[in-house]
Design a protein. Structure first.
Length: 298
């Protein structure tokens, strides 16, 4: 939520909150100790917020408050500008951070919430990435404008109906994924453009036979989740430039996202997850081909 807004508009603009757990070993720690570790990582991103604005126009991480929930341990509001809900107390040595244990809290109605879970064993870079991904969703909602698609989410209920048994669609999707990955990783811009053209031809062929409901679902998912994942990857690159100790893990996250894209048809893979990968890689590709214009156009 915008820290520069009035109290009333802050309440209205807080449109996305982050539910997060931390590695499994944290469950034996005191709630304050666990939340302090999360708050220190958040503070790192706040300090880098001017650099993170280069990730996306208007993406001001330091203005986007987050709610962390550590299942079975604690809940915390980070950078909360107003009085905290009943039952929460300030975290010592941190400004605008409030926490409680496992007991319930009295939450104001009307605030949109979206869950995001950190798997047990996640390292600091993965938690930093998740925070930037979810904060970008808050930015998307804040930036919504009537008549524009940016900031609108996909209908996730359609994942259960997605035509995974349509072998031609799946085969063409796998081809698209390979071409997109090659376009992003090409050694030259000319080679990248060539693969990008082949990718677009494959996509046009697939979309020509795919039900428009799922075409719109894919586009919305790439715009919504894909760009948030792009913000994660680009944000981690900025973190690594300033804090080299995170460089190896940040690079590993980029490789992991590429592997998701390369293995979209892997047995048991999430349909929705594939659009995080295609959307983020479309952003990385556009960084190569149209770095000065594409974000403003989107």
């Amino acid at each position: 939520c915008s820290m520069r807004s009035s109290a009333g508009s802050i309440i209205r603009s807080l449109s996305y909150v982050l539910f997060a757990s931390v590695p499994a070993h944290a469950t034996g720690q005191a709630p304050a100790d666990t939340i302090a570790k999360i708050a220190r990582l958040d503070r790192l991103l706040v300090e880098l917020s001017p650099r993170l604005e280069a990730v996306w126009p208007g993406y001001t991480y330091d203005e986007l408050g987050l709610l962390f929930i550590v299942p079975g341990v604690a809940k915390a509001l980070v950078r909360w500008p107003l009085a905290p809900p009943a039952g929460m107390q300030p975290l010592p040595n941190f400004e605008r951070v409030y926490f409680t244990g496992t007991q319930g809290i009295s939450w104001q109605p009307g605030l949109a919430m979206g869950p995001a879970t950190v798997q047990a064993g996640m390292n600091e870079v993965q938690l930093l990435g998740l925070a930037m991904h979810e904060a970008f969703h808050a930015h998307e909602v804040r930036a919504r404008q009537t008549g524009r698609r940016f900031g609108l989410s996909e209908n996730s209920m359609l994942t259960s109906r997605y035509p995974v048994m349509d072998l031609e669609n799946e085969a063409l999707f796998a081809l698209e994924a390979r071409l997109l990955l090659r376009a992003v990783n090409a050694k030259t811009v000319a080679e990248s453009r060539s693969y990008a053209g082949q990718f677009m031809e494959a996509r046009k062929r697939r979309y020509a036979r795919l039900d428009s409901t799922f075409v719109n679902f894919e586009r919305a998912a790439e715009l919504h989740e894909g760009l948030a994942q792009y913000a994660l990857l680009r944000g981690l690159a900025e973190v690594a430039r300033t804090h080299p100790r995170y460089a190896a893990d940040a690079a590993a996250e980029r490789v992991t996202e590429g592997n998701v894209l390369a293995n979209t048809l892997r047995s048991g893979a999430s349909v929705r997850r594939r659009f995080y990968a295609t959307g983020s890689h479309l952003g990385l590709l556009l960084d190569r081909l149209h770095p000065d214009t594409w974000k403003q156009e989107v």
